[in-house]
Design a protein around this ligand. Structure first.
Ligand code: S3P
Length: 749
């Protein structure tokens, strides 16, 4: 931090008068020291029973002065921070209740909140007090005032649990103090706080203490400790924590700890029974779910670390201008097929092996949802996934809402499947998914007898009531949507009679193909697909081809960049997906399909693409559904083409992960291209691409499209909000760099 930053943080006038900190241990000392250094208080007074701590606190500049007598210290105080051991709170609160505290705000740092509140209510019965209970989630293996660290709370969470004695001004004041120390303040109900902490902190400490004690008591303990390898060491690190403090915490948070412990004991018993019975399936289920959950948490924590480093959630791609493309690459597995492999594999009888699975966040959300419904899924590991199917009627009720992240495909397809289950479910998603239309699936499913509630204006979350009897029907789909078609076909696996869907234009048919691969007959006549209930699915092997939607970025890249030639290996060329190739060829693209073959019911080819002089075209409307995900990058091709490109009949693009017509038009205009949005398409005049700042709006395909645009730009393009590239193409930057696109995370170039 520069000197001018420091002076900026220091207010000219202290905003608080006297701060009293009672208890000068690590937490109290660090709070006092941080506040004193901030210059926000005219005076910081410490109180501690221990003379050495008082002396050190003054010597080390933790406080301005110390008092032994609580009453003397608190006279004229504006804020009193209680940082005494949790079991001493009751005594200190009772003492404080005997003083005239005036308008002073009382707050604390106790690890359990229910007992502090009970003690405060008892002590101040009938008297008014301004109280804001709090708990900083921070600590250190060091203890005592000598370890006081003004930075201890920076970027740590502090939970405040306001109660009936917390007036608004008092709450704002305490929150402000923590903000000054760099902490992130969150509010919680007292009971919720105690329950969450019992599970995330208190139970693990209890387990670590008992494990070490239990092993240490045994006669062969020397052997055990001598050979204790990493597992024992890692698991029991926290058994080195302060025994007195933890004894206090368990006594203070007794009820919540007991509730958590009882649930855990049941789970432990179930695991013991599984070991006893040799039930490997049960063990694998627990272990795979735990491993996935652990990875999920690590990612959340890592993202937080990233936020810490960057002070923002905005992942920026910086694309340098120019370059040409060469090489041979295989882009990751097809997203649509990956989703379906998990869904059908889970509903099948037997074990389905998947290869080439897309390890992107969208497909992982589908895996997580089925794990949450009791399906044992191993992997993904290098694209291999093993799904232990539970049969059409084997799913179990999930413990909570199923979180679909950014994935519209997961939410829409699952809604059909879940409408027919005997249990209730709630489907939620991230900010982008929460804005996307769901009535397109909810409405026809209701006609089949499903009970589904959406959020306002037909948006997520979806609340699906289980135990309904679905009746097959014929549905004339108003829009060309493979997601709606697939949703209804999946519901049709459970509905009486026949369920058929007629589409206004051909859409991707992976569901139909894969259902057949699992042995379930699907009739397709013209534009109508039908299924009947009563056919079980049998496990199979699935090889997922590379995703043509991901390949599309490189098809355009090698077309627009000079002196380029690229081979894209093993790409799925299902005719319901190849609109991008047809459109690029109509624009003059030089693309050839080599080594065409069929793999597991899907056509596949290696695609060779070379630089070409593209020209603007009127895009035939019948190609729109066949290239629906590729338009953002096709707009880049249009911007690099000679003449005008016109797209019509593509209003669906406005309800994808972002409004892709508007967002691309905005970005292209920023780069100096004439791009005029229309209600159902866009008109783009090819021209010279400049550089500039554009926004992906959290839409993976927009971020990657503007990265490709840099190949023909005259200056760098800075692309904001790119984190969601990981939903469909986690290694995009690596492959882009390998073939010659000069794009990288800002700061990592
Ligand atoms: C998908 C269908 C398409 C597509 C999406 C994946 C699928 O959506 O945009 O990325 O896997 O069925 P719509 O069917 O809603 O057009």
């Amino acid at each position: 931090m520069s000197e001018s930053d420091v002076t900026q943080l220091q207010p000219k006038e202290p905003s608080i008068g006297r701060l009293v900190v009672v208890g000068l241990g690590l937490i109290g000392g660090s709070f006092a020291k941080g506040m004193r250094e901030s210059g926000q208080c005219s005076e910081v007074v410490g109180v501690d029973l221990d003379a050495a701590s008082r002396r050190l606190a003054v010597q080390n500049g933790v406080v301005d002065r110390c008092e032994v007598d609580l009453r003397a210290a608190c006279e004229g105080a504006d804020v009193i921070q209680l940082a005494v051991p949790i079991l001493a709170m009751e005594r200190v609160l009772a003492e404080l209740a005997g003083f005239d505290l005036g308008q002073a705000v009382l707050t604390d740092v106790g690890s359990a909140k229910g007992n502090v509140l009970r003690a405060a209510r008892k002590a101040f019965a009938g008297k008014s007090v301004r109280l804001v209970p709090g708990h900083p989630i921070a600590g250190s293996e060091r203890s005592g005032v000598e370890a006081a660290n003004a930075e201890l709370f920076r970027r740590h969470k502090v939970i405040l649990t306001p109660c009936e004695q917390s007036d608004e001004a008092a709450l704002a004041l305490v929150a402000e103090l923590w903000h000054v120390l760099g902490a992130d303040v969150e509010l919680m109900e007292v009971e919720h706080h105690d329950q969450v902490l019992a599970a995330t902190s208190h139970l693990p400490h209890l387990l670590a203490f008992t494990l070490v004690d239990s092993l240490a008591k045994r006669s062969e303990n020397l052997e055990i400790f001598r050979y204790a390898a990493g597992g024992f060491r890692d698991f029991t690190r926290i058994a080195g924590s302060d025994p007195v403090m933890w004894h206090d915490i368990f006594l203070a948070n007794r009820e919540a700890v007991l509730r958590t412990l009882d649930v855990f004991r049941d789970d432990l018993d179930a695991l013991r029974d599984a070991v006893d019975a040799g039930d490997g399936h049960q063990l694998l289920g627990v272990f795979t779910r735990a491993r996935a959950a652990r990875e999920h948490f690590s990612k959340i924590l890592a993202r937080r670390a990233y936020v810490d480093a960057m002070h923002s959630t905005d992942l920026i791609f910086l694309a340098k201008p120019g370059g040409s493309i060469s090489g041979r690459i295989r882009v990751p597995g097809d997203k649509s097929i990956s989703h379906r492999s998990i869904m059908l594999g889970s509903l099948a009888e037997g074990t389905t092996e998947v290869e080439g699975f897309l390890e992107g966040e969208d497909a992982l959300a589908t895996i997580q949802a089925f794990r949450d419904m009791g399906v044992v899924i191993e992997g993904p590991h290098n694209g291999r996934v093993t799904v232990h199917g539970v049969g059409l009627n084997g799913l179990k009720a999930p413990a909570g809402p199923l979180y679909m992240g950014n994935s519209g495909t997961s939410m829409r397809l699952l809604s059909g499947l879940l409408a027919a289950q005997p249990f209730d479910t709630v489907l939620t998603g991230d900010a982008s998914l929460s804005k996307r239309p769901m009535n397109r699936v909810a409405k026809p499913l209701r006609e089949m007898g499903a009970v589904i509630e959406t959020g306002p204006e037909g948006r997520p979350p979806l609340q699906i009531k289980g135990g309904q009897f679905l009746t097959g029907m014929h549905y004339q789909m108003p829009m060309a949507s493979a997601q709606v078609k697939s949703c209804l076909l999946l519901a049709g696996l459970y509905a009486s009679g026949t369920t058929s869907v007629t589409e206004p234009a051909p859409t991707r048919d992976h569901t139909e193909r894969m259902l057949r691969g699992f042995g379930c007959p699907v009739q397709v006549e013209g534009s109508t697909a039908s299924v009947e209930a009563g056919h079980k699915l049998s496990a199979t092997r699935i090889e997922v081809p590379a995703d043509i939607s991901s390949a599309a970025f490189f098809l355009v890249a090698a077309s627009i960049a000079k002196n380029s030639e690229l081979l894209l290996e093993h790409v799925g060329i299902n005719p319901t997906r190849t609109g991008v190739i047809d459109i690029l060829k109509l624009m003059g693209g030089d693309i050839t399909l080599e080594n065409q073959r069929e793999v597991g019911g899907e056509p596949v080819a290696d695609i060779r693409v070379r630089s070409a002089k593209l020209k603007g075209i009127d895009i035939p409307e019948d190609l729109v559904p066949l290239a629906i995900d590729e338009f953002p990058v096709l707009f880049v091709a249009a911007a690099c083409a000679e003449g005008r490109t016109v797209l019509r009949g593509a209003e669906e693009l406005r309800v994808k992960e972002s409004d892709r017509i508007q967002v691309m038009a905005d970005g292209l205009q920023t780069l100096g291209i004439k791009a005029e949005p229309t209600p159902d398409g866009i008109v783009i005049d090819g021209g010279v691409l400049g550089g500039g700042e554009v926004w992906a709006h959290g839409d993976h395909r927009i971020a990657m499209s503007f990265s490709v645009a840099s190949l023909r730009a005259t200056a760098p393009i800075r692309i904001h909000d790119c984190a969601n590239v990981a939903t469909s193409f986690p290694n995009f930057l690596a492959l882009a760099a390998e073939v010659g696109i000069r794009v990288a995370e800002e700061g990592n170039a």
